[in-house]
Each structure stands twice: as structure tokens, then as C-alpha cells.
Design a protein around this ligand. Sequence first.
Ligand SMILES: [Zn+2]
Length: 404
Amino acid sequence: MSSVSRRQLLCSSSLGLAAALPDFALGAQFGEKGKSASLDLSQFEPRSMLHVKQTPVTRAKYPIVDVHTHLCFSRKSVAGVSLDPERKYLATPRELLEVMDGKNIAALINLTGGFGSGLEDAIAHFDKAHPGRFFTLTEPCYNRFLEPGYPRIQAEAIAQAQRAGAKGLKILKTLGLHLRENITTGKLVGVDDRRFDPMWDACGQLKMPVAMHVSDPVAFFTPTDRFNERFEELNNHPDWSYYGKDFPSNAEILAARDRMIARHPRTQFLLLHVGNFAEDLEFVSGTLDRFPNTSVETAARLNELGRQPRAARKFFEKYQDRIMIGTDAIPHAENYPQQVFGDKLYEIYVRFLETEDEYFDYAPAPIPPQGRWQIYGIGLPDEILKKVYYQNAERLFGLKIRTP
Ligand SMILES: [Zn+2]
């Protein structure tokens, strides 16, 4: 769809925007002749007048392994901590396969497989029902965190999950931002807490990669005010802000993560959301340089990568063996318009990676949900595309996908 014709903003917000446009540009409804008018930000829907190339991308050039999807979640979460092993399924395999076959998506990695009986159920539901098309990761059983001997219990749970068919371990931002000493109350548990050392070690010994999300966009750690570039998003979801209270800063969380990674050089860490700092690719490069046991993926960060296309292209060239495509796709996710699983989502990722199109939407929603800007494609060459699309994921997770 043309970026020129798209409705670009639907976000509601109360931040007034002083429009310094002449009267004739504002239309009859604004201001008196010769005076500037004010316009509510939620009403601002600029239509780009730019005429630029629009490459129709309907299908990925090579098969994709999407390393970051959520096809099911825990039935019960309290204060951001998933406690119930039982799974709530967000889509049927048939629904997913229809989109996958159309867009050349070979496989989806479902990160939130849970643990115990829920994990076994998720693997039966997806992986075993459609071999080679779905792979599932396990998650820590935080519901047992208060039991004596939790470090050993959790390490054993990793081995059990692998026997059940799990391909790795997923860490949600629970660790560092939600899990507390009494699970939902008390002091926050740090990402480098020693009680998880046996779990990280077990992952290394069993060759189970750890897909790790810690922290969040750096704007979520600053005040939700007129200077915040993600004001509308945070204004719509005040609970997404980690500013104030007893939350650590983004820098503190990433430093704790890096201390933990340094202690576990034999464990592979897939640092989700471009290492959780796509706003600072130099910082992410530093992490990748320091820790050869780390790699990154792209999920929900096209907004960041695509607004710095020259730096992003260099980043992909330099770390082409350690970057994977991930989307954070969630079927039917109204609260996450940038992540709704479907044709549009994949078309945007493919357009960003394969073309040099300029100034287009980074999300399938008719708004810029992660900030008011557009993105630019980085037009990767075929050899890098193949690595980012499936070869790096095959190597990390020990998979073999069917290629034509
Ligand atoms: Zn995710």
C-alpha cells in the first residue's frame, strides 16, 4: 500500500501540537486569517507528498525462519510474572500455515512455550503436529522460585524440557523488571542473580540457546512527557513505562545482563530486539564483540533499524553471521499493532531487508505505533539475506529447513 495514501495517525493523545503552518495549509477549520492555529496531536494525520519508489514485495526471496514469535502464552500472569504452565493458544496451526506458505516462511519459533505439562502440550499442538514448521522454547518455572533448591530444580527443568522437545530457553523481561523476591512483591531480582547460574549452565551443557529479552526501549525509562519520542505509545499504555519507582535504568539492566553472560561463555545467548538496544547500534556492536557466544534478532525494532539505514546496513554487513530475522509476531494482538501476525507484517520486514525503498511504514497498523517516523530499506545482498533469513537460525537452533 502506498505510504502516500495511508492514514498515518490514529493514536489518541492529549498533547497539543502548535501548528506553525500558514492558514491556507490548515484549511478553513483552523484559526483566523493571519494567525497560527493549534491542533491536537491525535488529530494530526499528515499525508506524505513524497513520490518515491514503492517496491511491491509479496513473498520473501528466500525461506525465512522467524526466530521470535508468540503463538501461546501462560493462562495466568501476575504482575508480569507467568505462573501457570497451561497455555492459551492464540491461533491454530492451520491459520498460521496459510500466511507462512504465502510469504515463504519456512518455520516459526514459538518462544513462549512455558514449562512442564503446558510445554508438552504446546509441542504436541505445533511441533509434533507439523514437523519442521514450528519449534518451541521453554521458559523458567518462576512459580517454584520460592522453593528451597530452586536453582537445582530449574536446571533440571531445562533438561526435562529438552527431553520433551524444547529447542531452547526463553527469558521474558520478567527477569530484571518484574520478578521479585516474593515473586510479585519485594525487591526486584537482578538479571545476574546467582540463583539462575545453574540454569544458564544447563543451557550451555545441553546446547539449548537462550533467547533473552531484558529491559525495553530506552524511551520507556524516561518521563512520559513532551520530550519523549514515544509519548503516544506510553500515553496509551502507561503501564509500559519503567520510569521511576524502584526500576533500574536501561543501562543497569544491560550491565547486569553482560555480567551474567561473561560468567557463562559456553552458553549461547540470542539477544532479542537487537540486543535490547537498537537505539544504539554501537553499544550492541560492543556486546557482540566482547561476547562471541551472543547473537541478535530484529523483532519489533524495524522502527529503530529503519530510521538509521546506513548504520543498520553496516551492522548487518559486519555481523551477518550473527543476526536473525525475528518479528515478535503475535496472532490477533490488538495491544501490539506493530506485531500482529499476518501478511502485512512479513511484507514490511521483507521490504526493509530486501529493498532500498524510502520512507515507508514500519508497522502493519495504520499508525506509527512506536513513534512518528518512517523507515528506509537496507537492500541486503543475497548472501547476507540467506544468512539472516534462515542459515544463522539453522546453526544456532540445530535445525534443518527445507529449501527449494
Ligand atoms: Zn517477544
